[in-house]
Design a protein around this ligand. Structure first.
Ligand code: ADP
Length: 494
């Protein structure tokens, strides 16, 4: 099969979150399983700083955007360590900017236009580069228009008529909602601007557009696939998702163990695996404490957090817990992230009051993310919702016990350390249900009690470290779905 994966992020070319990890790793695994796959993404400013060789293809694009035509070019690179081509859509006016989607916390005002351009370019390069494509695999709202253009503008066009589309939802909370006049930029007929297709309460909604027009839908964990059909997690699109439930599957993300493996990780002070973590992890912990200016106490539990500082990630619970316990609890915290202004204000204030207990780094640092994964004892993810979550999977391999709220992919991957699960040898972390500081605090107390029992703790660590969350299994599920899509009648509602 020939697959074209369209995304706005892929490691190492551009990243703001898990989407980039998925789109940088899944294609390599699909290729390894014997299929032809290529990635297409925008050429952001970040992309040119990734240290990869990038060449011109000679292809020039003329893309209609409303009444104007916008020119662009196509560059070519590849995913490191593979032959997977990456086509980069270069349009400096749209993409040569400091941020991917926003600057100083504000979305770019022309985001709709930028991703209309990109979505049209995705389909144009198929003809221009003569790419054989059976499946276009779109990801998130940025490519939500791709299935719509395919269905509405390319129906019956020779190189396109057999192509099936799949849209993967990485996070329902980000939908690409724009004012209705942006409909003009799409070039699509106003008749599609109705509540069953592209409209969402008077706005143009690009994720909804994708959900309606794609042949198949996936999301990044089985639990989240169920959750998004409910008002609590559907973010207003639960109705569309329930109607399309027969086309919707949950496939859990995998881990790229070439990037996230403590046995080979060059960011660490010591490398280790499931056989020698008792020697390696303390070295990493001590180095992390030194790096962050925390007292180098081997026996004090160190709690790590890496992620976007937004309510989704349970930051309101974490900050409340910090306020309640920093003065009394004998633990250390290492927090790495960027996000909402209120957390950028609060966290350093707390760190200044309790410098021996809390270290914060409010920046994006892949290297430090690796060192926190290795040096911490407990990894904190009390998310309000979590489509899949990757950090808990990284933590498992790094022997850092995840403490999570049982939602979405966290529920699918973390088995709570109850007496029963411990006896069965399946416990790999700690989890709780109710979204409250009290529940988080109780669970942390439970984890700290286990930490003080080395035999129990090491059993939990070892269970996590020896589990296999690699892409192999999940990539096979995507391939099965691609095959089903190619051979089944069209499923979209149009
Ligand atoms: P989401 O996609 O919702 O942000 P995931 O857990 O799926 O969450 O993926 C987050 C990815 O982004 C992980 O690879 C994580 O290590 C990385 N990440 C998030 N914030 C930072 C940061 N400040 N510095 C380095 N890496 C980060």
């Amino acid at each position: 099969m020939n697959i074209l994966l369209a995304t706005s992020e892929a490691v190492p070319f551009a990243k703001t979150g898990g989407l980039a990890d998925v789109c940088g790793a899944l294609p390599i695994e699909i290729a390894r399983l014997g299929h032809e796959v290529a990635v297409v993404m925008p050429a952001f400013r970040q992309t040119f700083q990734a240290g990869q060789s990038i060449e011109p293809t000679g292809v020039e694009l003329s893309i209609p955007i409303g009444r104007k035509t916008v020119a662009g070019t196509v560059l070519r690179s590849h995913l490191p360590g593979s032959d997977v081509p990456v086509y980069l859509i270069d349009q400096p006016g749209y993409f040569d900017r400091p941020g991917l989607y926003q600057q100083d916390g504000k979305d770019y005002i022309d985001n709709c236009e930028r991703f209309v351009f990109f979505s049209r370019a995705v389909l144009e390069i198929i003809e221009q580069l003569q790419l054989p494509v059976d499946i276009v695999h779109a990801n998130d709202w940025q490519t939500g228009l791709v299935p719509a253009y395919l269905k509405l503008e390319y129906a019956g066009v020779p190189r396109y008529e057999h192509i099936r589309s799949i849209l993967t939802i990485h996070n329902m909370a980000y939908q690409g909602n724009f004012w209705h006049w942006d409909m003009l930029l799409t070039g699509l007929d106003w008749k599609y601007f109705n509540w069953q297709q592209m409209e969402f309460f008077g706005n143009l909604n690009l994720l909804k557009t994708g959900l309606v027009f794609a042949d198949y839908l996936t999301t990044v964990s089985p639990r989240y696939a169920q959750e998004i059909q409910t008002p609590e997690h559907g973010c207003g699109l639960e109705g569309v998702l329930s109607q399309r439930r027969h086309a919707l599957t949950g496939i859990i993300n995998g881990v790229d163990y070439r990037q996230w493996n403590p046995a080979t990780d060059q960011h660490l002070a010591a490398q280790y695996d499931a056989g020698n973590f008792r020697q390696g992890k303390p070295v990493c912990k001590q180095a992390l404490q030194a790096e962050l200016g925390l007292p180098q106490e081997a026996d004090t539990p160190l709690i790590g957090f890496v992620g976007r500082l937004v309510d989704q990630k349970g930051l309101d619970l974490i900050t409340q817990l910090l306020k309640d316990t920093l003065a009394t609890n004998h633990v250390q915290w290492a927090i790495l992230g960027t996000g909402e202004a209120k957390y950028h204000e609060l966290l350093p204030t707390l760190a200044a009051r309790f410098p021996h207990r809390l270290a914060t780094r409010l920046e994006f640092s892949d290297a430090l993310a690796h060192r926190i994964e290795a040096g911490a004892d407990i990894f904190m993810m009390p998310s309000r919702f979590e489509p899949c979550g990757l950090n808990q999977l990284y933590s498992l391999r790094y022997g850092t016990v995840p403490l999570v709220r049982a939602t979405g992919g966290l529920a699918d991957s973390i088995t709570n350390a109850t007496a029963e699960n411990l006896a069965a040898g399946t416990a790999n972390g700690f989890s709780f249900q109710t979204y409250s500081t009290a529940a988080l605090g109780e669970t942390l107390d439970r984890a700290l009690a286990a930490y003080r029992e080395p035999a129990t703790w090491q059993k939990i660590v070892k269970t996590g470290m020896t589990q296999d969350w690699s892409w192999a299994r999940s990539a096979r599920q995507y391939i099965d779905l691609y095959e089903e899509a190619l051979h089944a009648p069209e499923l979209s509602r149009t």
